[in-house]
Ligand binder design. Sequence first.
Ligand SMILES: Nc1nc2c(ncn2[C@@H]2O[C@H](COP(=O)(O)OP(=O)(O)O)[C@@H](O)[C@H]2O)c(=O)[nH]1
Ligand SMILES: [Mg+2]
Ligand SMILES: [Zn+2]
Length: 287
Amino acid sequence: MESGIILKGIGGTYDVQTESGVISCRLRGRLRLRDDRVLVGDRVEISREPNGETGVVETILPRTKELLRPAIANVDQVVVVFAVQNPIPNFLLLDRILVQAELLELSCVVVFNKGDLDPRAASEYQDFYEKISYPTVITSVVKDEGLDALKGLLKGKISTLAGPSGVGKSSLLNALDPNLDLETGQVSAKAQRGRHTTRSVQLLLLGDGYVADTPGFSKLSLGPDQQRDLQFAFPEFGPHIDGCQFRGCLHHHEPRCQVKDAVQAGAISARRYEHYLVLLAEAAPKY
Ligand SMILES: Nc1nc2c(ncn2[C@@H]2O[C@H](COP(=O)(O)OP(=O)(O)O)[C@@H](O)[C@H]2O)c(=O)[nH]1
Ligand SMILES: [Mg+2]
Ligand SMILES: [Zn+2]
């Protein structure tokens, strides 16, 4: 048996990346009966058909994770891509994506692309997110900067990209592997909808890692059961949470709150705290 990872699946045929290349496989009959379908990202064991070229997926190994949008198994991390300029970053959206990822217990990497357009802002943004503990890289596709650092962060992992359109996600992937030849440039909203409905997710092998080609996340919002969990999605709150006077303090209207004290003292950024309050309100139960 050979082991591999599912890159894509169309009409019952699955491309499996193995040590000896990509093998086109069908599923062993009993796997077709399972209701938890085979997902892109699944680690599998395959055997070869008598022709020696195509294969059969015999076993699906246990999943560490399962994402719904995009539907991928075994995702290790979310690579959150924003542009330094054009478009300027929407930090509420950025923090929202980080929070979604934290709640799913996925690690995050932050990328500020188009660093060429404003290097000073780029390094300010980088410092901000590094301080919160997120590995952050500045990249420029046009100046060929930061691409090795990004490649290093993808190494050995399954990553999914997140971030608004136009920030250069496809350009970055092309720069990491020119063979990909992904479409870049402004795509109209209509064309994008059309494409999303017809294409299914696939993993791209980039150097030593895998990246999903379909960006996810930005549309997800918080549910009412996540109000209490939200504070744990802000890593910089961690050292302060235990010091609040009230058990179950949500760090909003409660007195003697160490998180609010830390905001006052500048140890927690006022902007991050503001975004915490926005998301807390969204997650509040509606009576
Ligand atoms: N100045 C500059 N422009 C870039 C850079 N990366 C991408 N772009 C441009 O930004 C636009 C959007 O890129 P694209 O890859 O389609 O973004 P996506 O929607 O996130 O996939 C294209 O016109 C790219 O040429 C960069 O590093 N610097
Ligand atoms: Mg794109
Ligand atoms: Zn508190």
